[in-house]
Design a protein around this ligand. Structure first.
Ligand code: FES
Ligand SMILES: [Fe+2]
Length: 465
């Protein structure tokens, strides 16, 4: 981008050497920062359940140093890392039947930070009454540990989305992936859906070959979509609608993915089958959590059931995150392999440690990314009305709708009508159908959506003939 004074000329790098500062309001998350405080208003994943062993886990989340442990009664604790006595790291603590004991002078802390024991102090020490170690509440779900790091007086219910309550028999496979960059560039990437037709084909035979070798079929994603974007939940979320004409010229594939702010999203039907299925449910939930300002950790669940697992649940042990989501690249593969077949890890991690928005030259394909930033900025500034959908799940009343879906619709090319316009119209209609189900009990939503899609295009069976 030019400020009007900067020259942009052929062989003009000399004039383009200044690097403006990053957008601190959206990217920095240390305590007290606007985005940091927003992140702390919600439950965030901090680690895998299986990382909690007989020794504590030292970790960092949203720019705070912490230890996570499961005491021998099975309770999970998240404590500030440095002992309240004289600062020794509790990563060297000894896990107790109740709480954790600092290795240095043996103080024992309960999972809420209460001091249970101080072997080097008198039993009537005033310290018992005056000191409580810093602790955050936590719970486990489907193999992930979630923590709440915000104001205790404002602790919300964990929002229960439909995707966390898929039909009986669904397995949730927890994954995580560290990126060496700021959280926002990984999160906003989902609105940049057109990159699936560039980065993930890479427009090179070599890269596509590598993906096929991984057993991945990119059917449909190679085609450039007709994109549309919309804010959702009073500005507390947004969707992309990607519309593509299938090669039969009779059907279109409408893919909708929703982000719910500040940092969660759910992705639709699994990639290889997306354009061959009707209203698949979501296959992937992700949270994009800052570690510090230049590292982030993507946590999530892959959902396995008959509808979303084309490989079969039996393969799930082979589906480590790097395998199941080839799109996200592989951080541990050789550098030159990453150069030859780059994925999201290479593309996003290399946008600088914190991407500099002031240097971007956005085009039509970036509308979704800029919408996401605009909505996040409004949220950070407290200018966004409340997300009224959250109230549905408060107190365990019902689960929350997501607008994420994939549908194949029977919409033939219409002679004389602009096909991009036609597809966009249908994409909008599908989004309207997904949104109208907010009002329904969760167990009625799927049937309702299927019936309404049949209304829209005359029925899936007809489309599939
Ligand atoms: S530093 Fe932890 S008990 Fe003394
Ligand atoms: Fe990607």
């Amino acid at each position: 981008m030019t400020d009007g004074k900067t020259k942009m000329l052929p062989f003009g790098a000399y004039y383009q050497r200044d690097i403006p500062t990053h957008d601190a309001e959206l990217t920095e998350t240390q305590p007290g920062s606007p985005m940091g405080e927003l992140m702390r208003k919600w439950w965030q994943p901090i680690c895998h359940s299986e990382e909690l062993t007989d020794v504590p886990l030292a970790t960092r989340l949203i720019n705070e140093d912490l230890v996570v442990f499961r005491d021998r009664s099975g309770r999970v604790g998240v404590l500030q890392r440095h002992c309240s006595h004289r600062g020794t790291s509790l990563e060297y603590g000894i896990i107790q039947p109740k709480g954790i004991r600092c290795c240095y002078h043996g103080w024992v802390y309960d999972i809420d930070g209460t001091i249970l024991e101080m072997p080097t102090e008198p039993k009537d020490s005033r310290i018992y009454d005056t000191v409580v170690h810093g602790a955050y509440p936590a719970f486990e779900r489907h193999g992930l540990v979630f923590v709440y790091m915000g104001d205790p007086a404002e602790k919300p219910d964990f929002p229960e989305y439909d995707g966390y309550h898929l039909p009986e028999g669904t397995e949730y496979h927890a994954f995580s992936h560290i990126y060496p960059c700021n959280w926002l560039q990984v999160y906003e990437n989902i609105m940049d859906h057109m990159h699936t037709a560039t980065l993930h084909t890479n427009m090179t035979v070599e890269s596509v070959d590598a993906q096929i070798a991984d057993g991945v079929n990119l059917d449909g994603f190679n085609d450039m979509p007709v994109m549309d974007w919309e804010s959702t939940r009073n500005g507390n979320g947004c969707v992309f609608i990607a519309n593509r004409r299938n090669p039969d010229n009779r059907t279109i594939w409408v893919r909708i993915t929703e982000m719910v702010f500040p940092n969660m999203l759910q992705i639709g039907a699994l990639f290889p089958s997306a354009r061959a299925q009707r209203h698949s449910t979501m296959c992937l939930t992700r949270w994009h959590v800052p570690v510090d300002n230049t590292h982030m950790k993507m946590f999530g669940w892959r959902h396995f059931n008959d509808e979303v697992d084309p490989w079969g649940a039996g393969n799930k042990d082979d589906c480590g995150y790097d395998t199941i989501d080839f799109l996200d690249g592989q951080s541990e593969r050789p550098y030159d392999e990453g150069q030859r077949a780059p994925g999201d890890w290479e593309a996003l991690g290399s946008q600088r440690p914190i991407a500099v928005h002031a240097l971007e030259n956005p085009g039509q394909s970036d509308i979704g990314v800029y919408l996401c930033r605009k909505l996040l900025r409004s949220l950070v500034r407290g200018e966004t009305p409340a997300d009224t959908t959250r109230a549905i799940s408060a107190g365990g009343k019902d689960t929350l709708n997501m607008y994420t879906q994939d549908s194949v619709l029977n919409v033939p090319v219409q002679p004389g009508k602009d096909d991009a316009k036609l597809m966009k119209e249908y994409g909008r209609k599908v989004l309207a159908i997904m949104m109208e189900t907010d009002e329904l009990p969760s167990h009625q939503r799927d049937a309702h959506v299927r019936a309404r899609l049949d209304d829209l295009d005359g029925g899936w069976l007809q489309a599939a003939e």
